[in-house]
Design a protein around this ligand. Structure first.
Ligand code: MN
Length: 197
């Protein structure tokens, strides 16, 4: 192949910046191996096809099979890695998004609990998402494998990856503990920007 259309995203932080919530070792494998593999696969699969160079979100809405799976995983991981920052105690959303969470879930704590439960009960590999629907109402969805809420016409805002590769080195089988810890590293500025966009 002489042309690589899709490239591995650069992380907006150092590999150890999310410790102890996510270790540098997990970031190394998750970003450097798993995401890199999806990028390589998509380049191979789309070479010489109409999907070459297309926006990921368009590919996810128009393709199927291996192209859909790899494009979906790249889109999901780009949103996932971009939404984190170094751990903060009492980390919580502010402004319009905070108000919408309170309006649609009752409280931030109630939202966190519902989101974690959706992540913990998703059977097999997938992603739990917070999205906004066309009317601006916030919804939590479970998406299996490489699916993304844009496929349902939703605007995705925040996601936790529940594939085992996201947590197994640090938490082994304790997926709920991993999900509960992730709130410390959510960069709510990024999530707010997605909500406003
Ligand atoms: Mn992953």
């Amino acid at each position: 192949m002489d042309k690589a259309t899709f490239e591995l995203m650069q992380l907006p932080y150092a590999a150890d910046a999310l410790e102890p919530v996510i270790s540098a070792a997990t970031i190394g494998f998750h970003h450097g191996k798993h995401l890199q593999a999806y990028v390589g696969n998509l380049n191979t699969l789309t070479y010489g096809t109409p999907f070459e160079g297309m926006e990921l979100v368009d590919i996810v809405c128009k393709s199927e099979g291996g192209i859909l799976n790899n494009a979906g995983q790249i889109l999901n991981h780009e949103m996932y890695f971009a939404q984190f920052t170094s751990p903060k105690a009492d980390n919580c959303p502010e402004g319009k998004l905070a108000e919408a969470i309170e309006r649609d879930f009752g409280s931030f704590d109630a939202f966190k609990s519902e989101f974690q439960k959706a992540g913990a009960t998703l059977f097999g590999s997938g992603w739990v998402w917070l999205s906004a629907d066309k009317a601006g109402k916030l919804v939590i969805t479970q998406e299996t494998n490489a699916a993304n809420p844009v496929q349902r016409g939703l605007k995705p805002l925040l996601t936790f990856d529940v594939w085992e590769h996201a947590y197994y080195l640090d938490y082994q089988n304790r997926r709920p503990d991993h999900l509960a810890a992730l709130w410390q590293i959510v960069d709510w500025n990024v999530v707010n920007q997605r909500y406003d966009a």
